[in-house]
Structure formats: C-alpha cells, structure tokens
Write a protein that binds this ligand. Structure first.
Ligand SMILES: NC(=O)c1ccc[n+]([C@@H]2O[C@H](COP(=O)([O-])OP(=O)(O)OC[C@H]3O[C@@H](n4cnc5c(N)ncnc54)[C@H](O)[C@@H]3O)[C@@H](O)[C@H]2O)c1
Length: 286
C-alpha cells in the first residue's frame, strides 16, 4: 500500500484525539469513517468537529463552504463492520488488551491489505501487535493535542512493522501537513518519556504544599512554556492523562518519577475530567 492508494481513512475512537484526527484527515481531502462504541459518543465526536470548524470559519481560516465539504467527507458509525478503509487509525482507551481486541476485529472486517496505526501515548507498538496476526501492518502514529493544530507526529516502527507500512504512515503525516519524527519503539517513545515529568512533578509539588496549581502554571508559563502543566492536563483530559501515567509507570518498571498521584486519581474518581466535563484542576463555566 502506498500513500496514493489511500482514499478512505478509518478513525476508531471519537474522543479528544479521534475526533481531531478525523477532522485533520477530512480537511486534507480524505474520506473518513469515524467509529466509536455508541451512537452518542460518535455523535459527540462529530459535534466537536463541527464546533472546531465553526471556530476556524469565525477566524476566517476556512470558508463556510469548506466547512460543509469537510463535514460531507466524514461518515460516523457505531458498527465496526462499517469501518472499511485502506488505513485505520486507532485512538481509543490507553489499554493494550482493548487495543488488541479492536485490531483483531478490524482485521476480520478489512482483510489482508489494510494498514493500521495506533495513537497510543505510551505502549510499545510491539506489545500491541504481539497478539494480532498482522504485526507487519501496524505502526505507531502519535499525534498531539489538539491534532488539528499541533504539527508534530511521532511515527513508530516496531521490529515487525514493514518498511512499507512505516513509510506509508510517514507519507500520510506529510499529506496531513504534519511534521513526522521517527521514534524508537520504547515506552512513551520520545515526547512522553520527557513530557510525562512535566505532569507528574508539578502535581507532586502541589501535593507537598510547595505551591498551588495556579502558581506553578504561572511560573512555568513565565519561563516560556506555552501552557502550564495543570491547564495542559485539563486540556488533555485528566482521565486520559492519568491512564498514560499509569501505563508508563508500569512499563518503566515503576520508576518513581512516573508514579501516578492520589490528587489526580481523586479528580477522576469524582468525575472531574478537565475541560470536557467543565471541571478538572480548574473550573470551566459553560
Ligand atoms: N488526550 C491527549 O492529549 C492524547 C494525546 C496523544 C495521544 N493520546 C492517546 O490517544 C488515545 C485516545 O485518547 P483520548 O484522549 O482521545 O481519549 P478519550 O477518552 O477522549 O476518547 C476515547 C474514545 O474511545 C472510545 N472507545 C473506547 N473503547 C473503544 C472501542 N473498543 N472501540 C471504539 N471506541 C472506543 C471511547 O468511547 C471514547 O470516545 C489514547 O491511547 C491516548 O493515550 C491522547
């Protein structure tokens, strides 16, 4: 499969990342099938895309007509048998077994030629593809949040990933106007191995009573970071971020610097998941 053979892209998971990835693909001219586990979740994903595109229209980045064309290229479904595409990008829960189950289902639906990419933040591609019958056709394609704004994409090739698959994913990044960087197949790849500490250490500073969240955010923004860590976790999703922390902590043999925090766990338990629920470390009035 070469990049020119790809007309339709499947995107699994219509949450924070999947909806953004679907939008980027449709804005680059691809037909997109966006899939999630229920009609409600996939409709919410489409609503988010509509909202993002309306913002782009109001900022005169795209016209109303372009917005309509982009939406026209996206089909939503909660039926996995309808996810038939030349390349399928997975952006579901950060859990190896759940991702493996999805890839096995997708393989049954798509047969032997489709390529697959995972947006995992932390799990080595070799671990995800260990229990699927087609490891050569899976690569990592790690977008950053929000996918329609952030240029960087880590492209990860496991030992089993074929060069054809890795090259096609790399070329797709270029078609999407992204800046692909090849990363080794190690837990957290490059960015999360570094960036995770930007989340875990500030939380520890707050838990130790050294400073409050606002002070930490202001200080780091004054140092030149575009967004303080607590604002960033709220944007990422407090739950999604915690899942990645837990995953990386386990994969890094419980190295203490990656340890998840009780403060973040409590927010998740209380349903305060960040911007998407109107409350996380900060409040976001509707
Ligand atoms: N949030 C970020 O900033 C970010 C950045 C880069 C990578 N990631 C990675 O992207 C993936 C998704 O993260 P997110 O933040 O978009 O999560 P999210 O919780 O916002 O969305 C996940 C979506 O997947 C759906 N889902 C769960 N199981 C499914 C299944 N079996 N089939 C289809 N849909 C399913 C859920 O209903 C939900 O809508 C994770 O692997 C995460 O580590 C997240």
């Amino acid at each position: 499969m070469k990049i020119d053979d790809i007309k339709t892209i499947g995107v699994c998971g219509a949450g924070t990342m999947g909806s953004g990835i679907a939008q980027v693909c449709a804005q680059s001219g691809f037909f997109v099938i966006l899939f999630d586990i229920s009609d409600t979740t996939v409709q919410n994903g489409l609503k988010q895309i509509d909202k993002n595109l309306s913002t782009a229209v109001s900022k005169q980045k795209i016209s109303e007509e372009e917005k309509a064309q982009v939406l026209h290229r996206i089909r939503i479904t909660s039926t996995i048998q309808e996810v038939k595409a030349e390349l399928i990008i997975e952006a579901i829960l950060e859990n190896k077994e759940v991702k493996q189950r999805l890839f096995n289902q997708l393989h049954e639906v798509n047969g032997a030629s489709a390529l697959f990419a995972t947006n995992t933040s932390s799990i080595p591609i070799s671990a995800i593809s260990a229990d699927v019958p087609f490891p050569g056709r899976i690569a990592g394609m790690h977008f950053f949040n929000p996918p329609f704004l952030m240029k960087l994409v880590e492209v990860i090739r496991s030992e089993q990933t074929t060069e054809e698959t890795a090259q096609c994913v790399y070329d797709l990044c270029l078609r999407l106007g992204k800046y692909p960087v090849r990363a080794k197949d190690r837990p957290g790849f490059i960015v999360n191995r570094i960036g995770k500490l930007y989340h875990t250490e500030p939380i520890r500073i707050v838990e130790d009573g050294i400073a409050d969240i606002r002070a930490v955010d202001e200080l780091l923004e004054a140092c030149g970071f575009r967004m303080g860590p607590f604002k960033l976790i709220d944007l990422i999703g407090v739950d999604a971020n915690l899942n990645v922390t837990k995953s990386l902590y386990a994969l890094m043999d419980h190295a203490p610097q990656f340890a998840p925090s009780e403060l973040q766990q409590k927010l998740v338990d209380d349903g305060h998941l960040g911007k998407k629920t109107g409350k996380g470390f900060y409040d976001y009035p509707a």
